[in-house]
Design a protein around this ligand. Structure first.
Ligand SMILES: Nc1nc2c(ncn2[C@@H]2O[C@H](COP(=O)(O)OP(=O)(O)OP(=O)(O)O)[C@@H](O)[C@H]2O)c(=O)[nH]1
Ligand SMILES: [Mg+2]
Length: 333
C-alpha cells in the first residue's frame, strides 16, 4: 500500500486512529511495515502526531514452544480481559520466521472467540526484511494500537529462538507457557528464558494431564525460588491453567495486576519503559545503518569481495568488518 492509496491527510488519519477506527489502525500498521521509505516516513509522522496518546496500555509478552497452547491460551485470556471491559490487541511476532500465510490464518482460527470479538484486534506481524527491522515495526505497532485505544497489548512469540529476547525488551510483563511432564531441554526451552519470565503458566492442566501439571507447578515453583530476584524486584510465580476448562485465566490476570501494582509503587515500571525506549533508539540506529550499508551499490561489491575472502579463509571476519565500515564512512563524505 502506498501513501497515495490512502488518500487522506495525515491529520484526518490521526483522528480516525484516535477514535479507534480499525480500518485506519490496520492501514497505519501496514504503512509502518512497508518496505517503501515514503510509507515509513508517513507512519513516523502519524506516530509523532499521536505519541501523546500512547504508552498507557499494559504490554504483555507471551512465549512458549510450538504446540504449548499459546494461541488457545490467548484466546481464553484475551476474551476474559474483554469481559472486564478491556480492549485487547494481539500481535503475533516471529522475527526469524518464515511463517506462511496459511499458518497465520491457522492462528486466527485458533483464536476463534477473540477474532470475532469487537473489543479485540489480532494482527500477525509482517515477516521478512522491512526497513529498520521487524522489532522496530512491532514497537511502532504497539504504539499505534495504544493510540487506537487498546488497553492490553499481547505480543505472542515462539520461544525457541532469538525472538523472545527481543520481545522481552518491548513488554512490561513476560509470560512463559510450559508443558508438564517434559524437561525444559526436551521442550526446546532455551536456558535463560525461564530467568526472563515474570510468570510461568503450565498449560493444558486438565484431564489426564492435571496430575502432571500440578507436579510441574511444584517443581517450577521451587526452581524459581532458587533464582536471584529480577531487577524489577518481582518474584516470578507459577500458575497452572487450562484454556479448555478456563482455569488459571483469571489468576493470570490477577498476578499481572499485583505485578503492576508493585512496579508502579517502586517506580520500576516507568524506569523500565525509559530503558526500553533507549534500547529501541540504539537498535534502530544499528538496523538503519545496516540497511544503508546493504542498499549502497558501491558497498555491495565490497561486501561480496569480503564475503568471498572470508569463505576462502583469506581474511579475518572482524578485520574485514573494520575495513568495510571505514570504507563505508569514507564513501559517505
Ligand atoms: N487439553 C487441552 N488442550 C489444549 C489446551 N490448550 C491448547 N490445547 C491444544 O494444544 C494444541 C496446540 O495449541 P495452540 O494453541 O495452537 O498452540 P501454540 O502454542 O499456539 O502453537 P504454535 O502456534 O504452533 O506455536 C491444540 O491442539 C490445542 O487444542 C488446553 O488448555 N487443554
Ligand atoms: Mg499459535
Amino acid at each position: 500500500m502506498h501513501t497515495r492509496a490512502i488518500n487522506k491527510s495525515n491529520e484526518e488519519f490521526a483522528s480516525k486512529l484516535l477514535a479507534g477506527n480499525r480500518v485506519a489502525l490496520g492501514q497505519a500498521i501496514t504503512l509502518a511495515e512497508s518496505k517503501t521509505e515514503a510509507d515509513m516516513l508517513f507512519a513516523h509522522e502519524l506516530l509523532t502526531r499521536v505519541i501523546g496518546h500512547t504508552g498507557k496500555s499494559v504490554r504483555i509478552g507471551i512465549t512458549g514452544v510450538p504446540g504449548v497452547g499459546k494461541s488457545t491460551f490467548i484466546d481464553a485470556f484475551g476474551t476474559y480481559l474483554t469481559t472486564l471491559g478491556k480492549k485487547v490487541a494481539v500481535l503475533a511476532v516471529d522475527p526469524s520466521s518464515t511463517k506462511t500465510k496459511g499458518s497465520i490464518l491457522g492462528d486466527k482460527t485458533r483464536m476463534k472467540n477473540l477474532s470475532r470479538n469487537p473489543n479485540a484486534f489480532i494482527r500477525p506481524t509482517a515477516t521478512g526484511t522491512v526497513l529498520g527491522g521487524v522489532a522496530d515495526r512491532t514497537r511502532e505497532t504497539v504504539l499505534l494500537c495504544e493510540a487506537a485505544g487498546f488497553d492490553i497489548i499481547i505480543i505472542e512469540t515462539v520461544g525457541v529462538g532469538q525472538s523472545e529476547t527481543t520481545v522481552r525488551t518491548m513488554v512490561d510483563f513476560f509470560l512463559l507457557l510450559m508443558l508438564a511432564g517434559a524437561g525444559d531441554e526436551l521442550q526446546g526451552i532455551k536456558k535463560g528464558i525461564i530467568e526472563m519470565a515474570d510468570a510461568l503458566v503450565i498449560t493444558k492442566a486438565d484431564g489426564e494431564n492435571e496430575v502432571a501439571a500440578n507436579q510441574a507447578w511444584a517443581n517450577y515453583q521451587h526452581a524459581l525460588h532458587l533464582l536471584a530476584p529480577a531487577s524489577s524486584g518481582w518474584q516470578a510465580r507459577v500458575i497452572t491453567a487450562s484454556a479448555v476448562q478456563h482455569t488459571g485465566i483469571a489468576e493470570t490476570w490477577q498476578l499481572i495486576e499485583s505485578f503492576l501494582q508493585a512496579v508502579h509503587l517502586t517506580g520500576y515500571f516507568t524506569r523500565n519503559r525509559k530503558i526500553q525506549n533507549q534500547t529501541w533508539f540504539y537498535e534502530s540506529i544499528q538496523a538503519q545503518l545496516f540497511q544503508h550499508l546493504h542498499q549502497s551499490e558501491k558497498m555491495k561489491t565490497h561486501l561480496e569481495r569480503y564475503e568471498q575472502e572470508i569463505a576462502n579463509d583469506l581474511c579475518l571476519p572482524s578485520a574485514a568488518a573494520h575495513q568495510l565500515v571505514k570504507d563505508f564512512l569514507k564513501a559517505l563524505i
